[in-house]
Structure formats: C-alpha cells, structure tokens
Design a protein around this ligand. Structure first.
Ligand code: DSN
Length: 419
C-alpha cells in the first residue's frame, strides 16, 4: 500500500497533494454524512489491484472476452454471498452506482410511460425515485406519497388510495433521508391490491438489514431490493440488484447490455470482500452499535432543544430542523459544523419552503463514526459540540476550539486503512 504513495509522490506531486490533503481531512474530522463510511483496508487494496485492468462484459460463464477464470470466480463469490446475506434468490452485482442500479430495475421491468408510486423527494425519497429533474422523472410517470406532517409516519390508507387511483406498475419504498424503519407488509398489500411489483431501495440502511437490526423486505415477499455497497455496508462504491429468481433474466439483461458495458471488476471484488465481512457475526454487532449511537445522538440533541424530523430515529440517521431549532438554514448549519470539524449535509425537509441548496435542515448519521470505534460517550460529546456551535453562529473562536477538540478525539479513533 505504501509503494503506490511513493510512486505517486514522485511522478505527480499535484495529485499526490490532493490525496494527502483528503487523508488528513478524513483523519482529523468527524464524518457524519449518513451515506458515507470508511471501507475496509482489504477493499482499498483490491480497488487498486489488477482486477481494474480487466474487461468482463457479460456474466460468469457467458463473457464476451477471454481470460475470465478469476473474474468469473470473484463475481460468483459476490453474487452467492449477497443471496445468503439478504435471503434472496438472485443478485446482480454489476451496477456501477446507485442511480444506474435503480434505472436498470425500472427499464427492465416496466415500459416508458408506466406509473411508479414512490416517496416524495422532500419527505425522504431519492432523485431516482422520480424527481422531475431526473431523466427517470421524464421517462416514467411518478406519483408520490408523503409522510404525516405531525408524526412523520406513512399513512397507508393514503398510499393505498393513490395506488387505486393511479394503478402503478411498481410500488417503490426506501429512502435517503427518512429516519424510520418501513412496514414492508403494508407496502406489499398496497402493491398486491393493484397487481404492481414491489421494490425497496435500501441503499442507506442495507448494512442494518444485513446486521439484523432492521426489517428485510424479502421476508414480506418483495420482488426487488436495490442497495449501494458503500454506505452502511462499508464496501466500495457500487450497486446491487437483488430479486426473485423469475425476474433475474430481465434484470441482468437490463444492466448489461441494456444500460452498462464492462463491469468494474475491482469493485466487484471489493463487494465480494464486503459481503464476506457482513456475513461474519461481528458485523451484526457493528449494526447494533450504529443504531445505538444514532439513538443516543438523537436523544442527546433533543435534550439540547434540537428539533428532529419524526422526533427521533429507528436507523442510522437523524434529520434535524436547523431553521426551527437555531434560526439557521441547512447551508449555514453545514458550513458552521464543517468549520468545527464535523461534516454533515444540508437537507430539504418535508414540504420545505426553501430551495435544495438552502434548505431548512441537515442530515446526520453514525455509520462512519461507529466504524472508527466511537460509542455513546462520544455521541454525547458530539451532540454537545454541535448544539453549542449552532447556537453561537457568531463565535468563530468557539468553532476553532471545537475543531481542536474534535481533532484530539479523532486521534484516539483511527480511520481504517489510515492507521
Ligand atoms: N447521495 C446519496 C445520499 O447521500 O443519500 C444518495 O444517492
């Protein structure tokens, strides 16, 4: 691992400087963006391995190029481990990231113009769940369900009424900014009543599903579950489509040759490693700690007067209304926390009157801090720093001193791969 750094330092000091800067940033600050994590050193190594040299269009046993004995084996390992981990019948591990992953499902199972029932973006849905600015929003007809403004719960009578009215061909659940678990049986009932496919985008919390601390949509008979591999799963940046056996051929054809060319075999090798780790009982303990840390952070922030969307969390993330809590929009809050060494992201809230680049809140998550070994004592410390920094936006000296405290804390919890 050291050899490539020395080579790069000598051959391209400009790029090397950016790498060193990013390493220092990751070491000395606390990563609280809920979709980020620190991958395993073995995954970092395999991403930079000779698997990156190989073209492998097709699937194991059916490739368009020769020399596939090891690429076939590693892709088989990833597929078989994914099926065991998520209790599903088929896995496609080739999607290059989350967006083509979801696009491949829509394009494989539906016709352009078909209706999809999905969660509204401001209530927690993802861009690929039909935001008008996404290409998917132009190709398919998305109808959106929302959460209850008072409780944050999903009203399944309202979702069922939308389904009866619009007759979707696909009912989609899953989210990127909703801090609760989902009632998959209720979604399945809604879909069955209108003969729709069921799909869950579990990208954010698949690690918690794998670790057994959140529900698994396949236990309620879902057709398709999609997930990226780099969030709570701790893997490389990629995607997976998990599905019932009878949909396998359509999904595979939709990914390749429908949407993508050569799969990134270095990433697929990293996914195989990640899934092997997630099958180890130690991963269930990690998932439990991610959840316990999120609950502790939520309780500590609430005790300091911070207003959280839905009042708390059942997963790895919290969505905080910084406008209501501190009179600060999410962009200002993100900037102040950044200055103090805590990385979060600005976030639109349900039916937010403000635009996405200056929304009313932030998102905060615990997967990365938990990977470093931080626990509930550190979450309480973090909540104190966050509330202090956000309640004194004019105090630059406070941010400087919190940044030093954050760096001292981080020095006790090394980033895997950067020890
Ligand atoms: N960008 C990811 C997130 O942060 O939630 C989803 O694609």
């Amino acid at each position: 691992m050291r050899a490539y750094r020395e080579l790069l330092a000598a051959s391209d000091p400009d790029v090397f400087a950016t790498l060193s800067g990013e390493e220092a940033r990751q070491r000395s600050g606390i990563e609280l963006i809920p979709s980020e994590n620190y991958t395993y050193p073995e995954v970092l190594a395999v991403l930079g391995s000779v698997f990156t040299n190989k073209y492998a269009e097709g699937y194991p046993g059916r490739r368009y190029y020769g020399g596939q004995e090891f690429t076939d084996r590693v892709e088989e390992l990833a597929r078989e481990r994914a099926c065991r981990l998520f209790r599903c019948e088929h896995a496609n591990v080739q999607p290059l990231s989350g967006s083509p992953m979801n696009q491949a499902v829509y394009l494989g199972l539906l016709e352009p113009g078909d209706t999809i029932l999905a969660m509204d973006l401001s209530h927690g849905g993802h861009l690929t769940h039909g935001a008008p600015v996404s290409h998917m929003g132009r190709l398919f007809r998305f109808v959106r369900y929302k959460t209850d403004p008072a409780t944050g719960a999903i009203d399944f009578d309202a979702v069922a009424a939308l389904a009866r009215e619009h007759k979707p061909r696909l009912v989609l659940c899953g989210y990127t900014s909703y801090p609760r678990d989902l009632d998959y049986a209720a979604f399945k009932n809604v879909a069955d009543a209108v003969g729709a496919y069921t799909m869950c985008d579990a990208s954010h919390y698949a690690g918690l599903v794998a670790g057994g601390v959140m529900g698994n949509p396949f236990d309620c008979g879902f057709d398709v579950v999609t997930t990226t591999s780099h969030k709570s799963l701790r893997g490389p940046r990629g995607g997976m489509i998990l599905c019932r056996r009878e949909l396998a051929a359509r999904i595979d054809k939709s990914v390749f040759p429908g949407l993508q060319g050569g799969p990134h075999m270095n990433v697929i090798a990293g996914i195989a490693i990640t899934l092997g780790k997630a099958l180890d009982p130690a991963f269930a303990d990690y998932a439990r700690r991610v959840l316990a840390n999120a609950r502790c952070l939520a309780a500590s922030l609430t005790a300091r007067g911070v207003k959280l969307v839905t009042g708390g969390t059942d997963n790895h993330m919290l969505v905080a209304d910084t406008q209501a809590s501190f009179g600060l929009d999410g962009r200002a809050a993100e900037g102040l926390l950044d200055e103090a060494g805590m990385t979060t992201n600005k976030q639109i809230l349900p039916d937010d009157p403000n635009p996405p680049l200056r929304p009313s809140g932030i998102r905060v998550g615990t997967p990365a801090a938990t990977t470093r070994g931080m626990g509930e004592a550190e979450m309480e410390q973090l909540a104190g720093w966050m509330a202090e920094v956000l309640s004194r936006p004019g105090d630059a000296e406070l941010r400087r001193s919190v940044r030093e405290d954050v760096a001292s804390l981080c020095a006790r919890f090394p980033v895997p791969g950067l020890e």
